[in-house]
Design a protein. Structure first.
Length: 250
């Protein structure tokens, strides 16, 4: 009996989670790639209606441009999602969501000169990057960007914060969030001038409330002021019970 897409997706997500926890064990990335290409996935795209033609209730000549996410070294990745539940609501509202065979998205990624790979479920714990089969030395050189002053060095993990559909690479320590003059600026009266800080400590990204007036929560838990808590992929930061930020660590 043929396996339906929902069952395939559940199995794929569990396989990725196990791989992320223990990548040195029996699960091989090749198995995940093969299973991924058997599923249907969701690709966020922006619709360009500039040259469209309308015939009765049909619209023709609509161009769809897929979203692209970047890491700290300007690597361009095509974000795809296994289910709608994996897509943050604030992110979902900005795009047209196109369902397609994952094999088509994988082929598009390999054929595109502008993309270096695919990232599956980028905002959750079942995330994984799949890079192109072959990357020429010249392409690898072009994708590298020299870190700026204060950037992390010798770090195996890369962190990104998604807020209000904007992506912020955590490329220095400390990385500040607040009302004014910070790395992520939220100009609201209920946000303190420096509300929270992300630091890289002991090989891990950590978050601390900076003694804010209205507090900070991590996955719904109220943080004690100026006490550092570990950040993990898929975690949610809540500032003043008003603003939500999502953590992505690859």
């Amino acid at each position: 009996m043929a396996v339906n897409n929902s069952e395939l997706v559940r199995e794929l997500e569990e396989l990725i989670k196990k791989y992320n926890r223990k990548p040195e064990k029996k699960i091989k990335k090749r198995e995940i790639v093969e299973m991924f290409q058997e599923t249907e996935i969701i690709v966020p795209c922006r619709a360009n209606l500039g040259d469209n033609q309308i015939y009765d209730e049909y619209i023709e000549e609509v161009t769809l441009k897929p979203d692209v996410v970047k890491d700290g070294y300007s690597t361009r990745l095509l974000p795809v999602f296994t289910t709608y539940e994996q897509i943050p609501i604030d992110y979902m509202g900005k795009f047209s969501l196109i369902r397609m065979p994952a094999s088509s998205a994988y082929a598009f990624m390999n054929e595109s000169e502008e993309l270096h790979g695919i990232v599956i479920n980028p905002f959750t714990e079942s995330n994984m990057e799949l890079r192109k089969k072959r990357v020429s030395p010249s392409s690898a050189t072009k994708s590298y960007v020299k870190p700026t002053t204060g950037a992390f060095r010798g770090i195996n993990q890369k962190a990104m914060i998604v807020f209000n559909n904007q992506r912020y690479n955590v490329a220095k320590s400390p990385f500040t969030i607040g009302r004014a003059g910070t790395d992520i600026t939220i100009p609201e009266t209920y946000i303190s001038k420096i509300h929270a800080i992300i630091s890289y400590k002991d090989g891990k990204y950590k978050l601390a409330d900076y003694g804010s007036t209205n507090g900070t929560k991590l996955n719904g838990k109220e943080l004690k002021p100026k006490v550092y808590y570990e950040l993990r992929d898929g975690y949610e930061i809540q500032l003043s019970d008003q603003e939500i930020l999502h953590v992505y660590i690859s």
